[in-house]
Write a protein of this length. Structure first.
Ligand code: MTE
Ligand code: MO
Length: 423
């Protein structure tokens, strides 16, 4: 096993601090009486001596002020301008599987646009029997479905190819979100227009200046794509494509066109910018892979992690994270605390669902020594998430997109964690 540290190697001092940290059972649960009376219990508190806020104080609620760091964050040096940029979901601080829209990462090529429902038009043209234009009100009259899917940008974890870079699961793995979408299947709309026998591909395009045009094979378009107008029960937020976005389950986020305006049926792919000069992977021999649509199985420990140090010393520790696969359902997640030498099966919060995030937990009795914490996802096709070395053997070092390798956090005896590479 080779371990490469990001920054400085472990200091002896950090190790000693950790060794001295006290531990045992869950401290608060046993030490309450020993510590003497707790004023939070024995004394009447300020909040019990007056009334609180009435209803209607916040007609649309926001998180309480104490949670104000659970927000999207960007990495300024990554892009020249926020107009064509990306930020990251605070996955380290969330639990469960649904991502609230308000902190779900954003990726725009020409900024988020404000488009009224009244101004929304969706055209289907090309190799169809009837070229059609739908208004928003038209879409609301087609049979509706509700499904939960993850969206992962193909560039997620892209900065980690050459070595450990960014310190936090938010930054290494936060180009992902998972929402419950409501809308109409793309199949319903394509059948309404009637696809001609020569029609083999669709081109999907947004109303923003970038248009973000992508080609999708007809089989996928007819299979499970969704023209969505609600997310997590409410209207899509502007930054996620209000009033209507496309969902392309399991496939790279770039194909999930926001502010959807046109679907053209054709007999060949369009070879747009987003599927040629971008979102292709340069291999070791200088050639590039294209049509790498599916997001392979992947997982990450979200806590403990660099932004979520262990602050309670040794003893019971909840290790948790997320796993997902664009090819089907997560069937299991293994967790290692020794950099992949030994593995333990984690507990899934709920059975894996196709192309949606799965939460895992490992209830661990931490002895206070350093850990090289990893997680490894397995999906319903039998695929196992690769190590960084295995991925590099196939893909070389020139890639950015589709990095689904196993992540390592070096958790020090003092509970702090750092992004390191174990290969
Ligand atoms: N119209 C349009 N659709 C778009 C984009 C865009 O810039 N314009 N960005 C794409 C990319 S690269 C990704 S990863 C996802 C991000 O969706 P989100 O902003 O809701 O997270 O939207 C995709 N759809
Ligand atoms: Mo993306």
């Amino acid at each position: 096993m080779t371990v490469r540290f990001k920054g400085k190697p472990p200091s002896r001092r950090a190790f000693l601090q950790g060794a001295l940290a006290s531990g045992g059972a869950i401290a608060g649960a046993t030490a309450a009486s020993a510590a003497g009376p707790d004023p939070l219990i024995t004394e009447k508190q300020e909040w019990a001596q007056a009334t609180g806020e009435g209803v209607d104080a916040t007609p649309y609620g926001l998180p309480i002020q104490f949670e104000s760091d659970v927000v999207r964050r960007n990495v300024e040096w990554l892009t020249a301008d926020t107009i064509s940029s990306i930020n990251f979901t605070p996955i380290h601080a969330l639990d469960g599987t649904i991502t609230p829209q308000g902190c779900a990462f954003e990726r725009h090529h020409s900024g988020a646009i404000e488009l009224r429902k009244e101004d929304f038009r969706l055209m289907i043209n090309g190799l169809v029997d009837r070229e059609l234009v739908f208004t928003y009100a038209d879409l609301e009259r087609f049979p509706r479905v509700t499904r939960t899917y993850f969206l992962e940008c193909a560039a997620n974890t892209g900065m980690e190819w050459a070595g450990a870079q960014l310190n936090g699961s938010q930054f290494t793995h936060g180009m992902i979100h998972n929402m419950e979408y409501t809308g109409v299947t793309l199949r319903t709309l394509l059948e309404e227009a009637g696809v001609k026998p020569e029609g083999k591909w669709v081109m999907v395009e947004g109303a923003d200046a970038s248009s973000n045009a992508r080609s999708i094979p007809l089989e996928k378009a007819m299979d499970d794509c969704l023209v969505a107008f609600k997310a997590n029960g409410e209207a899509l937020r502007m930054e996620h494509g209000y009033p209507v976005r496309l969902c392309v389950p399991g496939w790279e986020g770039n194909m999930w066109v926001k502010w959807l305006r046109r679907i053209e049926v054709g007999d060949a792919p369009w070879e747009s910018r987003e599927e040629t000069s971008k979102y292709t992977d340069t291999l070791e021999d200088g050639t590039s892979r294209k049509w790498t649509w599916v997001m392979d199985a992947k997982s990450v420990v979200t806590s403990p992690s660099p932004q979520m140090p262990i602050t309670h010393g040794k003893g019971p520790l909840v290790i948790t994270g997320l796993a997902w696969s664009g090819r089907g359902a997560i069937t299991g997640v293994d967790v290692s605390i020794d950099g992949g030498k030994n593995w333990k099966e984690a507990r899934l919060a709920a059975p894996g669902q196709d192309m949606a995030l799965t939460r895992f937990y490992l209830d661990h009795d931490w002895d206070g020594s350093e850990m090289f914490l990893q997680s490894r996802a397995k999906d319903s096709t039998g695929y196992v998430q690769p190590t960084k070395t295995q991925l590099r053997e196939v893909r070389g070092l020139n890639s950015i997109y589709h990095n689904n390798c196993i992540q390592t956090w070096w958790v020090k005896p003092n509970g702090e964690a750092e992004n390191v590479e174990v290969s």
